[in-house]
Design a protein around this ligand. Sequence first.
Ligand SMILES: *[C@@H]1O[C@H](CO)[C@@H](O)[C@H](O)[C@H]1NC(C)=O
Ligand SMILES: *[C@@H]1O[C@H](CO)[C@@H](O)[C@H](O)[C@H]1NC(C)=O
Ligand SMILES: *[C@@H]1O[C@H](CO)[C@@H](O)[C@H](O)[C@H]1NC(C)=O
Length: 439
Amino acid sequence: MRESMEGFRLLTLYCFLFSSMRIATATLDTITLGQSIRDGEILVSADQRFELGFFSPGTSRSRYLVIWYKKVAPKTTVWVANRDNPIFDTSGVLHINAGGILVLLNSTKDIVWSSNTSRSPENPVAVLLGSGNLAVKDGNDNNPDNFLWQSFDHPGDTLLPGMKLGINLVTGLEWSFTSWKSNDDLSQGEFTQIIDPHGFPQPFLKKCPVIPYRAGSWNGLHWTGYPQLKPNSMYSYNFVSNEKEVFYTYDIRDSSVLSRVAQSPSGVGQRFTWMDQTRTWAEYYATTRDECDNYAKCGAYAICNVGNFPVCTCFKGFVPKSQQQWSIYNWSAGCIRKTPLDCQHRDAFVKHEAVKLPDTSHSSTVKYISLVQYIEGGQDLYVRVAASELGIIESRRQPSGKKQVNVIIIVASIISGMGALVLAWIMYMRKTKLKNEGK
Ligand SMILES: *[C@@H]1O[C@H](CO)[C@@H](O)[C@H](O)[C@H]1NC(C)=O
Ligand SMILES: *[C@@H]1O[C@H](CO)[C@@H](O)[C@H](O)[C@H]1NC(C)=O
Ligand SMILES: *[C@@H]1O[C@H](CO)[C@@H](O)[C@H](O)[C@H]1NC(C)=O
């Protein structure tokens, strides 16, 4: 048994060396009709940055068709074709058919994975670009808008510079990235990073069926819960939201630097840059989540602060909805108003400084607030309360016969707090519109 394993390895090695030699003469970055990539052969991007070939991660023997960095060892994969359907031997072969569809076959000539397209090309060509994008195009049409298919539209666990995280509202295509199951198994893991386009769009980390983390809405510079993304000399960040698409993307200013964002199997989002001197990936940041990053930890009308114990406190003017649950540190029911808002009398606004803005998925009709987290470099939030709560005015006598109206209103405070955002938003939309109109 052991001997046959060794034999297998030697054979694999031999096949690998042999096939590498076979293609070493020409640096190929394209596959055309009639050409193919077998296990052991590779495509190399013209700028020598990325390679596409077959790979077994960690201790696994499964073969995956992946894209990795040419100069990085051990191999760091940035994209996987057949992540949920590995090949169990070295018989895999990739080719492109006349319809412009990439097809990955196993030894029984069954389709293990394929791309797709809605148009039929005259001269289909698959090319591995210097950005790490595997694109299918028609002949020499290099306009990305005309690509028939591209791997950048189907991320694995990695977001490369220039890739989008978000959603195409026209086609419904979602650009999300999902962790591997483990370092040995590239199939879909538990954690997916998405952008929810509802209300004011926000990135969420999903671990079905729960939401472990919400990064907050975009404030023009960064996600409100993520001040680490503030503008700097190394990266530029961009958030786009219009009728056609909602997405976040980043770029690295020095294009010679290798940088990637990856979602780890344990749910940590990490950004790495490659250090040529040490030949290692340096962690630029990791989403080190604390207790308060747990989505809706404190329930409605409460604030979470890891610097306090217990971490949850009700807003000023609010009391725990269930005192009994609150006292055993079950904060999920949140808080309720001590005194109802009263249109007949003045209400006041309590300012909460440097917080992550609440969930804006329903920001057009915000009826309640959940999770406002204290965060360094956060935003100010104004919460409307009855003026009597602040001792600003003595509560006047109710006009007799009139029933006190318990009003559920849009939290005007949030609107005012976000006024600047909305203004920036409108200006941005106008600018985009002008651009679209060619002005
Ligand atoms: C080839 O792939 C097909 C489809 O995934 C699968 O049913 C078949 O068992 C595979 N053949 C081998 C030899 O693994
Ligand atoms: C392409 O494949 C995806 C799933 O892999 C599917 O959701 C989509 O509808 C397909 N598109 C076309 C044009 O066939
Ligand atoms: C926490 O309180 C909510 C209701 O407020 C209840 O549904 C839930 O079961 C409680 N959780 C625990 C762990 O007791």
